[in-house]
Design a protein around this ligand. Structure first.
Ligand SMILES: Cc1ncc(COP(=O)(O)O)c(C=O)c1O
Length: 460
């Protein structure tokens, strides 16, 4: 880090708290300051260029700068820079965006509730699950089931839903009525000879066991991401969601699909629900909804939930929930323009094509000595670093292989998303085929470098 007083790095360290960052280490090492973006590339303040392979935080689907979206925001700010949706007030961009979401929803949905982030959307969906069961006379249904390694955000309830112990440590969370079932990481966790279908059956049985142990009539809802993002880019194995949904139906448990990452073509269909045959009661959406150019998120609720919300208004006189900036007209106008751009790009076909190109670019690395497994769907792929891929022996965590590959990739101009020893790719949907080839080449160089370091370390 530059130690020059008043350097941008020194000012950062003296003023900012960074999320998901070792704060002590940050004081020593300082930030990587990203100064500008162009397509799927970003440039740091020294001018060094990086290809971002995870669209920032799985969100910048249209890349890191847009004249066209800037104009839409500017025009909307001039016309109506703010209004809210409280107490019967409305705005045209919010109405139009809600209509669009209902039109493209993967299953019939009745209404849209806007918020500003994925966490808020999940938080709202949790509240709505409780609201629903109160409305229909089963207030004892308060427990929520999600999955180990699931990631649903960071508000108190959304992080309770998340199944990552590192996000709970020190905060006194998760809340007691949030339970976590097994997650479907087939490659790591299947028994020798167990097929994907058999493994999925085992996952559904584990869910049923948890439901039975907790008491089926105490469970309000089950939340899942179609493809687990921050859990490691885990694509569900064959038959997984069919079996899980059968178990939920048996006990009349609501299904909430967290489409915050998967929505808008990431899995090769418009929604992850379509890719995996999921029929949710509620669905949360954010990130690529506005290509991350504005903070906006949505919960889509089906008629069953909406009817109960109406009944609650009859009872209490008010839907007593809201956020000042929810459905912000500037964010909604930008999100609407993003949807037009998706249509022009034929985004679903494009994601399929780019996904195939990514697979082709990564394929030669499957045989790399550091790589154990690779699988993906659409334009989201996960690669697992393993000491021995065939026998599934992981690296000693002390070697920090994932972190080393991350650092080596950055030196080679590649921003990766490394989760333990997994690398997850979810690049901007505007990435071009030659840039995808460049991702494979740069990653290959980074892996070679770390393999060399490990070999030298073993020999020393
Ligand atoms: C699947 C999923 N759900 C919810 C969230 C939370 O979204 P936000 O960070 O906008 O609150 C994330 C964030 O990465 C996510 O990946």
């Amino acid at each position: 880090m530059s130690t020059i007083a008043n350097s941008i790095e020194a000012r950062d360290v003296a003023s900012l708290v960074h999320m998901q960052t070792n704060l002590r280490l940050h004081q020593k090492e300082g930030p990587l300051v990203i100064a500008r973006g162009e397509g799927c590339r970003v440039f740091d303040d020294s001018g060094k260029e990086y290809i971002d392979t995870v669209a920032g935080l799985w969100c910048a689907s249209l890349g890191f700068g847009s004249e066209r979206l800037a104009r839409v925001a500017y025009e909307q700010m001039k016309k109506l820079g703010y209004y809210h949706l409280y107490r019967h007030r409305s705005t045209e961009p919010a109405i139009e965006l809600a209509e669009w979401l209902l039109k493209i929803a993967p299953v019939p949905m009745a209404r849209v509730v806007f918020q500003c982030s994925g966490s808020e959307a999940n938080d709202t969906a949790i509240k709505l699950a409780w609201y629903y069961w109160n409305a229909v006379g089963q207030p004892q249904r308060t427990k929520i089931i999600a999955r180990q390694m699931g990631y649903h955000g960071n508000t108190c309830a959304a992080v309770s839903l998340s199944g990552k112990p590192d996000m709970h440590a020190g905060f006194g969370l998760p809340f007691a009525n949030f339970k976590h079932t097994e997650f479907p990481h087939y490659y790591r966790r299947h028994e020798p000879g167990e097929t994907e279908e058999q493994f999925s059956g085992r996952m559904a049985e584990a869910l049923e066991r948890l439901i039975e142990a907790e008491g089926p009539d105490t469970i309000a809802a089950f939340f899942a991401e179609p493809v687990m993002g921050a859990g490691g880019g885990i694509v569900p194995p064959q038959g997984y969601f069919a079996k899980i949904q059968a178990a939920l139906r048996k006990y009349d448990i609501l299904f909430v699909a967290d489409e915050v990452i998967c929505g808008f073509a990431r899995t090769g269909e418009m929604w992850g629900c379509q890719t995996f045959g999921i029929r949710p009661d509620m669905m949360t959406s954010a990130k690529q909804l506005s290509a991350a150019m504005q903070p906006i998120s949505a919960v889509l609720v089906n008629a069953r939930i909406h009817d109960a919300m109406l009944a609650q208004s009859d009872r209490y006189g008010n839907f007593a929930h809201g956020f000042t900036y929810a459905g912000h007209p500037v964010a909604a106008a930008v999100a609407l323009e993003v949807q037009k751009i998706y249509a022009e790009l034929d985004i679903v076909a494009r994601a399929k094509r780019l996904g195939a190109a990514l697979q082709a670019a990564l394929e030669p690395l499957r045989r790399h000595p550091l790589v154990g497994d690779m699988r993906g769907v659409g334009f989201i792929h996960g690669l697992e670093l393993m000491r021995d891929g065939a026998t599934r022996i992981p690296f000693d965590p002390a070697l920090k292989v994932g972190a080393r590959v991350d650092a080596a990739a950055a030196r080679h101009g590649l921003i990766l998303r490394v989760i333990g020893d997994r690398i997850v790719f979810a690049p901007p949907l505007v990435m071009e085929e030659e840039e995808i080839g460049e991702v494979g080449a740069r990653l290959g160089r980074a892996l070679d470098e770390v393999a060399g370091e490990l070999k030298a370390g073993a020999a020393a």
